[in-house]
Design a protein around this ligand. Structure first.
Ligand SMILES: Cc1cc2nc3c(=O)[nH]c(=O)nc-3n(C[C@H](O)[C@H](O)[C@H](O)COP(=O)(O)O)c2cc1C
Length: 330
């Protein structure tokens, strides 16, 4: 089984990827960047450029870990431009986002919004693969199973199966679910069975137990992408693969590593605090009954408030070293 870190806008940027890899070097085969918004100006923003710049990803590359940039667009020329740019920087794979549920994205027919127009998607992929046929790059897709209803996936699979897609990452929710409800394993199973290309499972893997349920149910599955569960427990893949559970000492060192790396890369403490607060939305799950304390962390406005609210949480809540019971019903 190969494991990858899901793209998460605002979270899985190069600082997080590098720190995660330095603390848990054995666990991941790939890290996906949050989406880069290819647009009509055919330029990346400075933040996007920093995220994919070869020097900011050199340590991962040197360790043989794939960094896979993800693009959000529905226009052929923008996607082809972005893929060529990224190929020139040395990337061997580029991923297309077909899952973002945000209204501002979906209303423009991008992300999950592209899924409601399978004919347009077909034309898009046809033109993209034709334009890139002599470019040495793999194109993978990250898709939800539909915009409104799971049965849309049948038509989408017919479209995907027409193209030399290197990997199909399936997050088995429809757009209307956003992140509510549960990943639909029946729908995933149907799409997996139909797929002509390698499939990666994504959605709601938060414990070694529910990863195990998934592997038992789909013994042919060879790759899993994990987002929130891994940001919550950075050693999750180590645990899934039989390694030791995260200790609080390791977790504290990881937190310090993140703080130091963000501090080096950001202009103010407040920016660092904002980053750490976003992570705590997920990392709070490492502590029992931590909700109240995580809310306090979310209110911190200064470095000392942040540090004292984290210490309060650590003093008051028990660190979960035991494997936790599945909550997703998998
Ligand atoms: C805060 C946040 C940001 C996300 N950003 C992206 C993104 O940039 N690109 C993308 O394809 N998916 C994005 N996702 C979706 C995740 O990659 C993943 O598909 C989803 O969280 C389900 O997997 P999980 O249950 O393992 O987290 C985001 C999800 C969250 C919660």
């Amino acid at each position: 089984m190969k494991y990858s870190l899901a793209p998460m806008e605002g979270i899985t940027g190069y600082v997080y990827r590098n720190v995660h890899h330095s603390f848990f070097p054995e666990s991941m085969s790939s890290y996906y960047t949050p989406f880069l918004n290819a647009n009509q100006t055919l330029t990346f923003t400075n933040k996007e450029k920093r995220d994919v710049s070869p020097e900011n990803n050199a340590a991962l590359k040197a360790a043989g870990v794939n960094v896979i940039p993800q693009i959000l667009t529905r226009r052929v020329e923008e996607f082809v431009w972005a893929v060529k740019e990224l190929t020139m920087m040395g990337y061997g794979e580029v991923n297309l986002n077909l899952g973002c549920p945000a209204p501002t994205v979906v209303n423009k027919g991008k992300g999950a919004g592209f899924l409601k127009d399978p004919d347009d998607l077909d034309e898009f992929l046809n033109a993209v693969f034709e334009a890139l046929h002599n470019v040495n790059v793999r194109i993978s897709l990250k898709t939800r199973i539909g915009m409104y209803a799971v049965d849309e996936m049948d038509e989408l699979m017919k479209v995907y199966n027409r193209y030399p897609v290197s990997e199909l990452i399936i997050h088995p929710r429809v757009r209307q679910d956003f992140y509510r409800n549960h990943a639909d394993l029946d729908a995933f199973g149907r799409a997996f069975a139909e797929s002509h290309m390698p499939v990666v499972y994504n959605g709601d893997v938060t414990t070694p137990e529910n990863a195990d349920v998934l592997m038992k149910r789909f013994p042919e599955l060879q790759a899993m992408m994990i987002g929130r569960g891994l940001v919550g427990n950075p050693a999750l893949v180590r645990e899934i693969t039989g390694g030791k559970p995260l200790t609080q000492t390791e977790f504290k060192a990881f937190l310090q590593g993140l703080w130091d790396a963000y501090e080096e890369n950001m202009e103010s403490d407040m920016n660092v605090i904002c980053k750490m607060k976003e992570l705590w939305i997920y990392m709070g799950t490492m502590y029992e009954e931590s909700e109240r304390y995580v809310r306090k962390i979310q209110k911190a406005q200064t470095k000392s408030e942040y540090k004292s609210s984290v210490l309060n949480l650590m003093g008051a809540c028990r660190f979960k070293t035991e494997m936790h019971v599945t909550e997703t019903g998998m």
